[in-house]
Write a protein that binds this ligand. Structure first.
Ligand code: ASP
Length: 300
């Protein structure tokens, strides 16, 4: 198979002044990762690597640059899934980690578990030798300013995610062997309740991968994405529809039945890219047929 890679950097009304950073960030993730896929690395390794790069980039709401919750803490969620085996690893409400998706990858091989939360996940991180950072190392000036603004906003409503920031990251890959994988990583939503977990670490919602159909990663308003299991819906749609239509139909359902906003990226088992969103903008990058990264902000 010809390898494929697509990443996203969130779906929202990305302001003009942030466009350049989003384009640069998603392009960097594909430029660094796609050559590895061409050299034979697995889809699973590729999605972890691409998401690691996006987690390191302060532009996005994942790893460094994540939103603060209502108490001023950063709590992170991540998922990784292997389309060959349907096995997955996930973590939620973890703190002080730059690469929660890599902890999710380790959880894939957990002894009697695949999905760990909070304290238990942090215990596992220590057992695995993950470096715990000072929380300040994940914090950016931009997010501190947003936290202070939202903290003082008496009319704050989480559902206004349509225009609010939504910078979760994700990657979907197809490797030489025809295996598909997806990964998603997030700091969740701004001013979320402590312990709130959205769609991102949930199989079928924030990501899904099945070699028999395709793989997907989502971003957007988690409570709505969960209602319609956006990524599983997109993969189910691949049974008969093109990858673009599968993504588009899933996003239609996100609005009609989920009553929410977001977007999804897809690769079909044949290596076809799909993407759709119902937010004003969404940041993407995929490797084209010559292996060249093609970053773009799609506008609705
Ligand atoms: N889906 C994420 C969540 O609800 C947020 C995002 O995509 O930006 O936690």
């Amino acid at each position: 198979m010809e390898p494929k890679l697509i990443v996203h950097g969130g779906a929202w009304d990305i302001p003009d002044e942030f466009v350049e950073d989003h384009l640069r960030g998603v392009e960097h993730a594909v430029a660094e990762t796609f050559p590895l896929l061409q050299q034979g690395c697995s889809a699973l390794d590729a999605v972890e690597k691409a998401v690691n790069l996006l987690e390191e980039d302060p532009t996005f709401d994942a790893g460094r640059g994540s939103f603060l919750n209502a108490e001023g803490d950063i709590e992170l969620d991540a998922l990784i899934m292997d389309g060959a085996t349907l096995d997955f690893g996930a973590v939620c409400a973890v703190r002080n980690l730059l690469h929660p998706v890599s902890l999710a990858r380790r959880a894939m091989h957990g002894d009697g578990f695949r999905f760990l939360a909070g304290q238990g996940a942090m215990q596992f991180a220590r057992e695995c030798g993950f470096q715990e950072l000072d929380p300040c190392e994940l914090l950016t000036e931009r997010e501190l300013a947003l936290y202070r603004r939202l903290r003082d906003d008496r009319d704050f409503q989480p559902i206004k995610a349509f225009s609010g920031p939504s910078d979760t990251v994700g990657a979907v890959a197809l490797d030489h062997d025809g295996n598909l994988a997806c990964a998603t990583s997030t700091g969740g939503t701004p001013r979320k309740h402590p312990g709130r977990v959205g769609d991102s670490p949930i199989v079928g919602a924030g990501g899904y991968a099945d070699n028999e159909f395709g793989a997907a990663s989502a971003t957007g308003y988690g409570e709505s994405i969960l209602r319609v299991l956006l990524c599983r819906t997109a993969c189910d749609n691949l049974n008969g529809a093109s990858a673009m239509d599968a993504a588009g139909l899933a996003v239609n359902r996100l609005l009609d039945r989920g009553k929410g906003y977001g977007g999804v990226i897809v690769i079909s088992r044949d290596g076809e890219y799909g993407y759709a969103h119902n937010t004003p903008r969404m940041a993407f990058c995929h490797a084209d047929e010559n292996g060249v990264p093609r970053p773009f902000i799609r506008i609705n």
